[in-house]
Design a protein around this ligand. Structure first.
Ligand code: PRP
Ligand code: ZN
Ligand code: MG
Length: 220
């Protein structure tokens, strides 16, 4: 039986299209698949696993997938909250889905630095990273965890500021918010466990990474 590499990617959302596009540029072709979870490559020893981005680090850590493509923001949030995730490593930055994790405040408040937020409430889908950043800065804030639409929290009166991903800046602008600090610069990255991998999947992964490096180099 020949070994195949199981690569977890986001099924839909910020990284989904970019992941497939990059693999396509690397010459990997995929058959149409009726299976919503698995998508086998036609010309490569590779099976894509299509899942929620937030689940990718856990699936790679637990061995359900060999490698994963995920935003650094997702990996960093899990690592900030649970030391087990430090067993994962970034093998290759993939240079798409660039964004920042920013603290943003209502323009009308006139706040300009993190110290202005002492005693305030911060809404975020990144509670561990946000808590750690304010703790490091010695600023006491209350963290309000939200799963999405964080940008509406100040208008709803449930938070005074937010910490969320910023890409084009359109979401902040539409909600009269402005960035005052960047906690993290993020892009899509290829991850794997630091140990316990099989040499067969690593050989396949090395071939894939050579191709990906070629695509990235020619895009410079
Ligand atoms: C992120 C973030 C903002 C938006 C920022 O959401 O939460 O809503 O993108 O992008 P912009 O600066 O280009 O406006 P995402 O699309 O990841 O969806 P989610 O909030 O449902 O996770
Ligand atoms: Zn997500
Ligand atoms: Mg959003």
């Amino acid at each position: 039986m020949s070994e195949r590499m199981r690569l977890a990617i986001q099924s839909k959302g910020r990284l989904a299209d970019g992941s497939l596009e990059l693999l396509g540029k690397a010459g990997v072709r995929f058959n149409n698949s009726r299976d919503a979870l698995w998508r086998p490559a036609a010309n490569f020893d590779l099976d894509l696993m299509l899942v929620r981005d937030d689940d990718i680090p856990g699936l790679v850590l637990g061995g359900a997938a060999d490698y994963g493509i995920v935003g650094e923001n997702v990996l960093a949030e899990l690592q900030a909250g649970d030391p087990r995730f430090s067993e994962l490593e970034i093998v290759l930055p993939l240079e798409f889905a660039s964004c920042r994790l920013d603290v943003a405040t209502p323009v009308a408040r006139g706040w300009s630095s993190l110290t202005d937020l002492d005693g305030q409430r911060i809404a975020t889908s990144y509670p561990a990273l946000t808590r750690a950043a304010f703790k490091d800065a010695g600023i006491d804030v209350e963290i309000i965890s939200m799963n999405g639409s964080v940008e509406v929290a100040p208008r709803l009166g449930i938070a005074d500021a937010i910490c969320d991903l910023v890409s084009s800046g359109a979401t902040l602008k539409a909600n009269n918010l402005a960035s005052i600090a960047t906690l993290l610069e993020s892009q899509a990255v290829l991850i794997r466990p630091k140990s316990g991998r099989t040499s067969a999947t690593d050989r396949i992964a090395e071939t894939l990474m050579d191709r990906l490096r070629g695509v990235l180099a020619s895009a410079q």
